[in-house]
Design a protein around this ligand. Structure first.
Ligand code: ADP
Ligand code: MG
Length: 369
């Protein structure tokens, strides 16, 4: 179990509303305490990499079982680290989707039971809304309108966050997500799971231009992505090397593959910025932890005079602090969940047909007003 947030001083009582957040959408069991002023009082995470590593990917049934075994201890640890009592909690925020159905169900059931027992409200949080909210945790004054790129194991989604706090989907991947492409490429290269961090590390000792990879969808003139062709290109390249009996230049392949993904992500994000005439870009989700992506974004943003938000590393991959941050906004806007709240594996963001009024005050809440 790892804890990210610094230990708060005991003489300071967290500002209300104190939100306890639970996240179990995939292969991390996470809990966090976020206070009313947006401070992350504690963020605890139990990773399941030991469970899924040997399979080279997440096994849904095993993920759900491990969540059941771990969730109670992770929540107790977050409460302990925050230095609060259960009775100090004002609401429970829980990820309802998208994610693995069985895994989500564990968090939703636990969150529901805890809120019910404590006689406090329940808040359902969309996992993607959580990732988006992570951009504002350390930069509460980050401006809107802005472009938000969510890049994770399951999503590559470009949003326009309007000045009124509404979200519009501008484009998304038509096949593999960027993180998924990293994971599959790493598997082909014989690297450990999850593949993104393994490729990131190895790429540092490789030449990104030794092997030429395609830049998929860059010339399409739209804001959608496609990464499955890139994966096939690596597959053919490895096949040719193996047939010729040539040793695989793994660091160069990792660096070249990474560069192709990073370039496409950066180009598309900046294209969205240009098209919508905004001055701010946030990039969130597991892949936003990528060293090369962060460096290129920082370089390009500085050159363009653009405000850039990247979450701290601990809040890039799945965590509960971001669910608490989104949950706090929901609390301030009075968006609470009914007791029959359900896990929804395919939950969309923004929610299909969501009433506009429920979304318009997001910006003010994000800024802590
Ligand atoms: P999801 O929300 O889809 O479950 P996360 O937000 O936790 O996923 O992101 C996990 C994904 O991020 C994985 O595909 C992983 O390979 C990728 N990832 C994590 N760190 C890095 C990195 N440094 N470089 C590239 N990809 C990364
Ligand atoms: Mg995620």
């Amino acid at each position: 179990m790892t804890a990210h947030a610094p230990h708060p001083t005991r003489d300071r009582k967290p500002a209300a509303p104190v939100i306890l957040a639970v996240e179990t959408s995939c292969d991390e069991t996470a809990a966090a305490v976020v206070s009313g002023d947006g401070t992350v009082e504690a963020s605890v995470l139990a990773s399941q990499h030991d469970v899924h590593g040997k399979f080279g990917g997440v096994v849904p049934e095993l993920a759900a079982r491990r969540h059941i075994e771990t969730v109670e201890a992770v929540v107790a640890e977050a409460i302990r680290k925050a230095g609060i009592a259960r009775t100090d909690i004002n609401a429970v925020a829980v990820t309802t989707g998208p994610g693995l159905a069985g895994a989500l169900l564990v968090g939703v059931s636990f969150g529901k039971a805890l809120a019910y027992a404590l006689h406090i409200p329940l808040i359902g949080v969309n996992h993607l809304e959580g990732h988006v909210a992570s951009a504002w945790i350390e930069q509460p004054d980050f401006p809107m309108p802005c472009i938000v790129l969510v890049v994770s194991g399951g999503h590559t989604h470009l949003y326009l966050a309007g000045a009124d706090g509404s979200y519009h989907l501008l484009g998304h991947t038509l096949d593999d997500a960027a993180g998924e492409a990293f994971d599959k490429a790493a598997k082909m290269l014989g690297l450990s799971y999850p593949g993104g961090p393994a490729i990131d590390k190895l790429a540092r000792s490789g030449d990104a231009h030794a092997v030429k990879f395609p830049r998929p969808y860059l010339k399409k003139g739209n804001l959608d992505f496609s990464f499955s062709g890139l994966k096939t290109s690596l597959l053919y390249h490895l096949r040719d090397l193996d047939r010729a009996g040539t040793a695989r230049p793994v660091p160069d392949l990792a660096a070249g593959f990474q560069e192709a993904i990073v370039e496409v992500l950066v180009e598309k994000a900046f294209d969205a910025v240009r098209r919508h005439g905004v001055k701010a870009l946030a990039v969130v989700g597991g892949v936003s932890a990528n060293t090369r992506l962060r460096a290129l974004l920082a370089e390009r943003a500085a050159a363009a005079g653009l405000r850039l938000a990247l979450p701290p590393m601990a809040y890039c991959t799945d965590n509960a602090a971001m669910i608490g941050a989104a949950g706090r906004r929901a609390f301030l806007e009075g968006r609470f969940a009914p007791w029959d709240l359900e896990a929804e594996a395919d939950l969309a963001f923004p929610a299909a047909g969501a009433p506009r009024a429920a979304r318009v005050r997001t910006r003010a809440a994000m800024r802590g007003r």
